[in-house]
Design a protein around this ligand. Structure first.
Ligand code: HEM
Length: 159
């Protein structure tokens, strides 16, 4: 799990990404398709909107890291609930976009590479470790979301 220090490092490093977010998104997709050209066809021909959506989603995720424990309430709206948002995103990636499970490793590698290129020396080993943990939690949750609801009932339990 991410420690408070990890969360702080993610939040602080993200502040440095914001001014170069468009470049970071360009670098991410460039690297992703270098690592695995076959994934290009999963995406629409124009990536402009996709880049914005990715940045917006990362923004939302990082903002959620910034919440103090005391700010968590029982009545968070589903669209504001990090866990529900990420589970649902995992389901869309599986059902709608048909991304293979193995692609999560490649996407993680491309994301870390883009952050490293964008932040340069500011991307310290501690920051890399914090982002790696965050990405792994996201990827695991998305893969769980992909599987949720897909479990067939045992015939003996069926109606
Ligand atoms: C932490 C991991 C990831 C994040 C935060 C993320 C974020 C997003 C977001 C915000 C969208 C916009 C649509 C939506 O919300 O449903 C999207 C779409 C998409 N993502 Fe991801 N994604 C991740 C992992 C992956 C992986 C592993 C792949 C595999 C190549 C992938 C491929 C795609 C594709 C193909 C689309 C749909 C493009 C379209 O048809 O418009 N994503 N992603």
């Amino acid at each position: 799990m991410l420690t408070d220090t990890d969360k702080k490092l993610v939040v602080e490093s993200w502040r440095r990404v914001v001014p170069i977010e468009a470049t970071a998104a360009d670098l991410f997709y460039k690297r992703l398709f270098e690592l695995e050209p076959a994934y290009r066809k999963l995406f629409p021909p124009r990536l402009d909107e996709q880049k914005k959506k990715l940045i917006r989603m990362l923004q939302f995720i990082v903002k959620s890291m910034d919440w103090m424990d005391s700010q968590w309430q029982d009545d968070v709206a589903p669209e504001e609930d990090l866990c529900i948002v990420v589970l649902a995103m995992g389901k869309r990636h599986d059902r709608l976009y048909k991304v293979p499970e193995a692609s999560y490793d490649t996407v993680g590698e491309a994301l870390l590479w883009a952050l490293e290129q964008g932040l340069g020396d500011a991307f310290t080993p501690e920051i890399r470790a914090a982002w790696t943990k965050l990405y792994n939690v996201l990827a695991t949750t998305m893969k769980m979301g992909a599987k949720a609801g897909a479990v067939a009932m045992h015939p003996a339990q069926a109606g």
